[in-house]
Design a protein around this ligand. Structure first.
Ligand code: ZN
Length: 210
């Protein structure tokens, strides 16, 4: 392991070693995902760590392709996963407090019972994803696409899903106290049994079940 690699294991937010590259280096590597040659090896290492129950707290994993991977129960608190491809990944029960998932692809991913308190998911694609029983308290959901996503019994207390696309999403039994659905599209969404009062200012609730 090079000196640079060693540093990256312990210090977050190191820039990619490729000259002129503005991206962050991945934790444990000197370069960003784009410039990483051994992508399969990196994925394998992460999978093995996940299997062994090791923590990914505050890891920088921007732009990674972890689609379809099993990271259930992983500790990803504070992890930086902006623009990551997590399509179809299993993140059920994962600890993702304060994780940053801006612009990430979470299509069809399983985040049942995950803890996403204070997580940043702005502009992420959550279509068809499962957030059943997940904690999304005070999360940033601005502009997410969550078509047909499953938020049953999730806690969305004080979350900010403004301008979000929630058509045909299932929010049955979700806690929505102080959630801000301003200008969100909730057409044909299921809001039956939602707990608490949310802000639906200028939201589209046509066909929504209340
Ligand atoms: Zn780079």
């Amino acid at each position: 392991m090079s000196e640079n690699d060693r540093k990256n294991l312990h210090y977050d937010f190191v820039l990619c070693a490729e000259p002129g590259c503005p991206n962050l280096a991945l934790t444990g590597r000197a370069v960003c995902w784009k410039h990483l040659k051994e992508k399969d090896l990196y994925r394998k290492e992460i999978l093995e760590m996940a299997k062994a129950g090791e923590s990914f707290k505050d890891y920088v994993l921007e732009d990674v392709d972890f689609s379809g991977m099993n990271l259930s129960g992983a500790d990803l608190a504070g992890a930086v996963l902006n623009r990551a491809n997590l399509e179809g990944a299993d993140l059920s029960g994962a600890g993702m407090i304060r994780a940053s998932l801006a612009g990430a692809n979470l299509k069809g991913a399983n985040l049942a019972n995950a803890d996403l308190e204070l997580a940043v998911l702005g502009l992420a694609d959550l279509s068809g994803a499962c957030f059943q029983g997940a904690i999304l308290e005070r999360s940033n959901l601005v502009g997410v696409t969550a078509i047909e996503a499953d938020f049953r019994d999730a806690s969305m207390y004080y979350s900010r899903p403004g301008n979000a696309e929630f058509s045909r999403a299932d929010l049955t039994g979700a806690e929505i106290t102080r959630a801000i659905f301003r200008k969100a599209n909730l057409a044909d969404a299921n809001l039956a049994g939602c707990r608490g009062n949310a802000n639906f200012e200028n939201a589209n609730l046509s066909g929504a079940k209340r």
